[in-house]
Structure formats: structure tokens, C-alpha cells
Design a binder for this molecule. Structure first.
Ligand code: PA5
Length: 412
């Protein structure tokens, strides 16, 4: 379902190397690979989505980081942005007062559902959004139980007791699934189901890739092969990793992946060494006209991955053969033009010795999107082990949170 072509690299490790990396990941007790088997949760989500179908015009995700990027990626990949279908999904991963005010003034509160999403249940940005919109709902005399829903850890964090105290329904996030690995839990699946996305297909795509990820055969495990490319190129000094989908609908996948790669790999090893790959979310062909010059002639510190979709809607350009400036486009459709631009960009970089990989999916739908999510998660998990770090924690962000709390205290 996902095909991978890579630059020539030094031989992949042996099956035994791969088996030991998979063993190391298993030993971390993470749930990102097993969470896709939760059929009870799948049923609960589908039942809830069916029960509220037609009830809400607007769904607002209040969350940040891994609690927001997945839902935005799914919406942007699978929903026609120009059709005014309801419900509309707004992903509010900000505390920008201007934006919050704009949103608040525009929302029809009586037909809005707020999904408050936080794994830890104590993220300041999300809790502040919750406070604000809770107040707005109460001021409008609307019942919180009908207009709010929580997605959070089953036991910890402040949202759990709040859910009980206020009678607000709460869906669980498995305790062993971290934020940036949670798109295939209720965090991504519930907003997706509310948008009418086929989440069973999404999970089945993920499950198909999981089979490869769990294989200790180097020849079968494409996550491992791709992780090897990322690792080897980083070791060779190219630790900036550009992901460039040739698809407007997959642009946000680049932002989702940027968080996954950056927060998972940017670490200090136990020996005190600083490691990590710096993600760049680009998009073709748009960034041919803004970034490509740097990619071609700038420092040789980058590796590139193109993401292409084999089958796209057939949309002829309608150029006229007899008009000279149009003749090279005549008989050509937009998918062919897009593909030619991808090939040309790829080849022009390769001619300059820049390392290029390509991921191709047969078409863009819920199944292939689920496959891509899992493929990238599996790759990053393996890459973490290759780098000798824990891909699943984020100790480096704690200090900033602590300082924020201190600065807020000074305001009292
Ligand atoms: O990947 C992570 O763990 C983080 O980026 C979180 O997703 C982010 O900090 C939001 O955390 P929470 O879901 O606990 O509110």
C-alpha cells in the first residue's frame, strides 16, 4: 500500500539487528501499535457519531500538539475544503486572543460541540480554552453535557474528575500512548468519525502496515528501511529531513510528521550527546517556487522525501495544441503535470547528489491515510532506537512549562 524508493545506502543491517530494535521498542511498553486493535472503542466512537449525526453544525477541537495535529491532518486530507458541508471542524491549537475572539464571535454555540482533548489533562493552553468556552456555554444557558466532550487519560489529569462532576462524556486515550503517537486513538478517530470518515478503513490501513513494521525481515520491513535511510543520512551530516508531499491535501501531514520527528528524536543521549533530525514540512509544487533553490544549491545538510499519490482525479488542462505557448500542455491532465513536476524536482536534486526517497500511495483515502500515519510512527520508533534515545518522552519541554507557571504567578 506504501511503496518506498530510496537513495543508494550502505547495506541495511541484518534481520537480527532489526529484531533487536523491535525488541527494544516492545520493552518500552508503548501502545501505539496495539491501540489500533481496540474494537470496543471503535464501536463506541461509531455509535456516538451515529447518535449525534446532524445535531452539530460546528465541532471545535480544543487541544494542542499531538492532541490537535492529527484531527487537522485527517480533515485536510479527506474533506473537500470548498464544500460548505456540516459539521465544520475547527482545530484550535492556539491561545491567540484575536483568533479565539474571532472564533467565539462566529460560532453558533447552540449547535457547536467542543472536543476538549488532552492526554495529560493538565496542558495550560487546552485548559484555558476549556475555561473560556465553558463560561461562554454557561452564559448562553447551554448544557455542558450536550456541548462538551473530553478525550483524555482514563485515570489521570483534571479532565477526568471534571467529567464526572459535570456529567460530561469522556473517551479514553490509552495511558501508554503519547500525544504525538495518538492519532489512531479517540484523539484522531472521534473527530474523524464526526466528519463521516471511514475510521474502520483507516485502522485497517494502519494494521496492514503494522504487519510490515513487526516483521523482523529487513526485506519486508519498509519502516525499518526508511528509518535506515533517515539515520544513515543524518550520520552523514544531513540531519535536516524535508518531507514534500505532491498533494495539497497532504500538506498538513507534513506538520503532523514534523512534530512526530522533532519531539521524538531531538534528545540528549545517556552519554550527553545531542541528537535529532530537524523536520521541514514542504509541499510540491508550491515550494519549488520558494525552497527549491536552497535545496539545490544550499548546504548539503538535507535529505528529501517526496510523497506522491499514484491515482488522482482525471482533470484535463484543456490546453490548445495550435497555440504555441499552450502546446506542451495539450492532451495533458493535472495529475500528469503534477507527476512530471515531482519527477523533475526529484531528478534535478539527484543530479546534484542530494539524497532523495519517495513514498507512494495508490490513492488518497481513509485506508491509505491510516497506513501513512502508522508507517511514519513505526519509522520514528525504529529511528529512536537507532539513535539510542527514548522516542516516547519529551523532557526538554518541561522547563518552559515550569517557567510559564512561575510567570503567571507573578501576575497575581
Ligand atoms: O507528543 C506529545 O506528548 C505532546 O506534543 C502533546 O501532544 C502536547 O504537549 C499536548 O499534550 P496533552 O495531550 O497532554 O494536552
Amino acid at each position: 500500500m506504501i511503496t518506498l524508493t530510496t537513495p543508494p545506502i550502505t547495506p541495511y543491517g541484518t534481520d537480527a539487528t532489526l529484531a533487536s530494535l523491535l525488541g527494544a521498542i516492545a520493552a518500552r511498553g508503548q501502545g501505539f501499535a496495539s491501540c489500533i486493535d481496540d474494537t470496543a472503542l471503535l464501536r463506541d466512537i461509531q455509535t456516538y457519531a451515529a447518535a449525534v449525526e446532524g445535531r452539530y453544525s460546528d465541532i471545535v477541537v480544543l487541544g494542542i500538539g499531538g492532541s490537535a495535529l492529527g484531527a487537522r491532518t485527517i480533515r485536510n486530507a479527506l474533506v473537500n475544503p470548498y464544500q460548505s458541508t456540516v459539521p465544520r471542524l475547527h482545530v484550535v491549537d492556539t491561545i491567540d486572543p484575536q483568533l479565539l475572539q474571532d472564533l467565539s464571535h462566529s460560532l453558533p454555540l447552540s449547535s457547536t460541540l467542543f472536543l476538549v482533548i488532552s492526554k495529560s489533562g493538565h496542558t495550560t493552553e487546552t485548559l484555558s480554552q476549556y475555561c473560556y468556552f465553558r463560561h461562554r456555554l454557561l452564559a448562553a444557558r447551554l448544557p455542558l453535557q450536550e456541548h462538551m466532550l473530553f478525550i483524555t487519560d482514563p485515570l489521570h489529569g483534571v479532565l477526568r474528575p471534571l467529567a464526572e462532576a459535570e456529567g460530561i462524556r469522556a473517551f479514553p486515550i490509552p495511558p501508554n500512548v503519547g500525544g504525538r503517537f495518538s492519532v489512531l486513538t479517540a484523539v484522531g478517530l472521534l473527530p474523524a468519525a464526526l466528519l463521516g470518515v471511514d475510521i474502520t478503513a483507516m485502522l485497517s490501513g494502519a494494521s496492514a502496515i503494522r504487519e510490515r513494521f513487526l516483521s523482523s525481515s529487513v526485506a519486508e520491513n519498509t519502516c525499518y528501511q526508511y528509518a535506515c535511510v533517515l539515520h544513515q543520512q543524518a550520520e552523514a551530516g544531513r540531519n535536516i529531513s524535508v518531507l514534500m508531499p505532491y498533494s495539497k491535501r497532504l500538506q498538513t501531514l507534513g506538520s503532523w510528521y514534523a512534530q512526530l520527528l522533532a519531539e521524538s528524536t531531538g534528545k540528549r543521549t545517556s552519554a550527553g550527546q545531542h541528537v535529532g533530525l530537524t523536520p521541514v514540512a514542504a509541499m510540491g509544487p508550491t515550494d519549488q517556487h520558494s525552497q527549491l533553490q536552497l535545496y539545490a544549491e544550499g548546504p548539503d545538510d538535507k535529505q528529501f522525501t517526496f510523497l506522491t499519490i499514484a491515482t488522482q482525479p482525471l482533470l484535463p488542462i484543456m490546453a490548445e495544441q495550435h497555440i504555441p505557448w499552450q502546446s506542451h500542455l495539450s492532451g495533458v491532465d493535472f495529475a500528469q503535470l503534477l507527476h512530471a513536476e515531482y519527477q523533475a524536482t526529484r531528478d534535478s536534486l539527484q543530479e546534484l547528489g542530494r539524497p532523495v526517497s519517495t513514498l507512494t500511495i495508490p490513492q488518497l483515502d481513509a485506508r491509505t491515510l491510516g497506513a501513512l500515519f502508522f508507517f511514519l510512527e513505526g519509522t520514528v520508533a525504529l529511528l529512536g532506537e537507532m539513535l539510542g534515545i527514548n522516542a516516547f518522552d519529551q523532557p526538554g519541554v518541561e522547563r518552559s512549562k515550569e517557567l510559564t507557571r512561575q510567570y503567571l504567578q507573578r501576575l497575581h
